[in-house]
Write a protein that binds this ligand. Structure first.
Ligand SMILES: C[S@@+](CC[C@H](N)C(=O)[O-])C[C@H]1O[C@@H](n2cnc3c(N)ncnc32)[C@H](O)[C@@H]1O
Length: 269
């Protein structure tokens, strides 16, 4: 197949990537035929997949606005994805131009496209790293250039943990990140759950994602809540993402259909 100009040399365009499938659900153009085939198989199995992605993005935007209003000026967004409408730096820097944002992703397309979008933005950058290597993230020169860990930071791991299996010990990763944070910092998490849907859709979704490097690891509300160990959950706690401080009551209707659970925790002093 023909490689577009923006495709980094070191990627396998024949193997679907979860970052590029997500881009497809959101109507983006940074995906290849293999990604589209897998994403369409997912939509066939779970027709609401694009709506779930949109609900998750809307959650992310509301959380960033909430954290800006709470005085947060530093954001470390891990598993940030291929930039789309309403990225963290756009929301944060619109309200507070001095806000600093570091994006981290393992996917080379996500990193390359983020670099393009962030060119000339002195207060935002992107790093190619793996969530499972938290020390490497915390000590990366681009991270320490923009993030002052003696001050509060919002660490965002949004729609990523369902790609981290239990055997990779995500709870240990989150503990390492927590240990680096100053009081007043925040942890933002969302992840796919099947507390309401489950069944055939789950089996099919798992089958589709086995084609990627990131098989799905669905978790319950109790499991996601445990990841906030050491943090105090901000109201309303761990909920279906449309229920997290919705802009209108109507936008939280049928919230469990969103499949993503999300929450925000604050590190007390
Ligand atoms: C569903 S997208 C979510 C993007 C964004 N956080 C959002 O919520 O809109 C998941 C992203 O996590 C990234 N990802 C998956 N495993 C990762 C890992 N171990 N370390 C860093 N990023 C990872 C993928 O490349 C992809 O860009």
């Amino acid at each position: 197949m023909q490689r577009p100009d923006w495709a980094p040399d070191d990627i396998d365009v024949e193997r679907p990537s979860v970052a590029r499938m997500y881009d497809y659900y959101l109507g983006g153009s940074h995906n290849f035929a293999a990604d589209r085939v897998a994403a369409r198989a997912m939509v066939e199995a779970v027709p609401d997949a694009p709506l779930m992605a949109q609900a998750n993005r809307a959650f992310l935007r509301r959380v960033v606005q909430h954290l800006i209003d709470a005085g947060i000026r530093q954001f470390l967004d891990i598993g940030s994805g291929i930039p789309t409408v309403g990225n963290v730096h756009e929301i944060a820097q619109r309200a507070a131009p001095e806000a600093r944002v570091v994006y981290v992703d393992v996917d080379p397309v996500a990193v390359a496209h983020s670099q393009e979008i962030l060119a000339g933005n002195r207060n935002a950058t992107v790093v190619r790293e793996d969530l499972r290597r938290p020390e490497a993230i915390l000590t990366h020169p681009e991270v320490t250039r923009l993030i002052d860990f003696s001050q509060p930071v919002a660490v965002m791991v949004v729609a990523v943990l369902h790609f981290i299996p239990h055997s990779d010990h995500p709870e240990q990763t989150l503990r390492t990140l927590r240990a680096a944070l100053a009081p007043g910092s925040y942890l933002v998490l969302s992840q796919a759950s099947d507390d309401t849907r489950g069944g055939a859709e789950r089996v099919e979704a798992e089958r589709v994602y086995r084609r990627t490097d990131n098989p799905l690891c669905i978790r319950s509300r109790a499991e996601l809540t445990e990841f906030f160990d050491g943090f105090t959950l901000v109201d309303p706690g761990v909920v279906w993402v449309p229920q997290w401080r919705p802009e209108t009551p109507e936008s939280a209707e049928d919230a469990e259909q969103a499949v993503f659970l999300g929450g925000v925790g604050r590190l007390d002093g």
